[in-house]
Design a protein around this ligand. Sequence first.
Ligand SMILES: [Zn+2]
Length: 232
Amino acid sequence: MGYDEQVNEHRLPPIYRCRICGAYVEEKTHCGYGCTLVLDGVRRLRLSKLLAALLRHIPHEVGLLIDNEGWASIKELVNAVRTKWRNKSLYSWLREEHVITVALLDRKGRFEVKDGKIRARYGHSIRVLIPLPEDKEVRVLYHGTSTRSLRRILREGIKPMRRLMVHLTLDESDALENAKRKSSDIAIITIDAERLRLMGHKVYRAGRKVYVTDYVPPSCIVEVREMRLNSN
Ligand SMILES: [Zn+2]
């Protein structure tokens, strides 16, 4: 439940490799020539979800070793998925290049790749220590949730629950997307990030538009918008 962040999408744009400069791109042509297909949109989305699940939550499912800063060997990851994933045919095509390109082109900056290793930059439920840059600029952040959780949040604040940190977004639309995954009765919470800092809760930048903190007290919530989405 709820491990992936792309439930509302069915596919992502395919990934191509330029035959001239070698860059990984989402365009069919580059440097004036047609590119080679690396990963189609359906496989890209499936792999992206799998990487997020393995690196954040369930490395043990395939016996993948993750160090205390969240890194896993890409080679070991590919081997583990191809030999130990419950439906082997699902990933028989997997190569290291696929993992690398999915990480490099991720729109939210979920992954980091270095020296043959990969890690999720945020969203872990397994215990890892990833040093994130502290942010002192952003003023307003958002959090999307279900109206069911709202009453508790207004009383007790926003807690990390199953994750290690509270996840906040820079854009209201991303908070909306997050909330949609939880419920069709949703609430978008606006948070005063400056007040959060003044109360001693540091704000860290985790992804391109994702920020994390340890806890959001009720007094830092400045607005709540509830909405009911059509469920069809
Ligand atoms: Zn090129």
